[in-house]
Design a protein around this ligand. Sequence first.
Ligand code: ZN
Length: 199
Amino acid sequence: MRVSRRPQPFTATTLHRVSFVLLLYSSLLQPADACAAAAEDTEEGVAGTGTSSDVALILCRACGHELAVGADIHSVPSRLSLSGRNDTLVGGRRVHVQLFENPHGHKFEVITFRRADVDVHWPADKHFSWFPGFSWTVATCPRCHTHLGWAFQPSVWPDIVSKTTFLESKETFLALITHRLLREDFASSLLMTPKSFTS
Ligand SMILES: [Zn+2]
């Protein structure tokens, strides 16, 4: 920055100049960021067939453990959800995201899966189920033990069943908390993002 010949204190004008440069810098960054994201979408859109989202890995956000693939996502709408919205995975798979509230007033946004590599903690509980006709158990990450969501099984079943019974049934499903999951393609795009964009 050019310095005035006359000595002058660090004035408000100088501050304005600095903030203008900063504003300009950040406004230059934003479109570039948006373009990069758009380009990425386009590439995925061209390369992506109907199957790209089916094989997209879904990871534990806390430790990166591979929990499921896109094809494991299985919509189970519940009339007890506070709200529901549709989201789209890369490759076009539609995902139904539902918001629920537990008896303590905590809200959770979940995606339902037919199967996932999680630890299920029986006995199952029939009370306060978000899915009428199903009892629930807590589901955790098998590697880091983070609480990832809940497993559901028909409420007419015994409270304790074997893992094999649970896995082999087509009536069981899991509701996993969206913000505790990470898509692998999203994780790799995070790793490629310069630090200046993320700070
Ligand atoms: Zn984990």
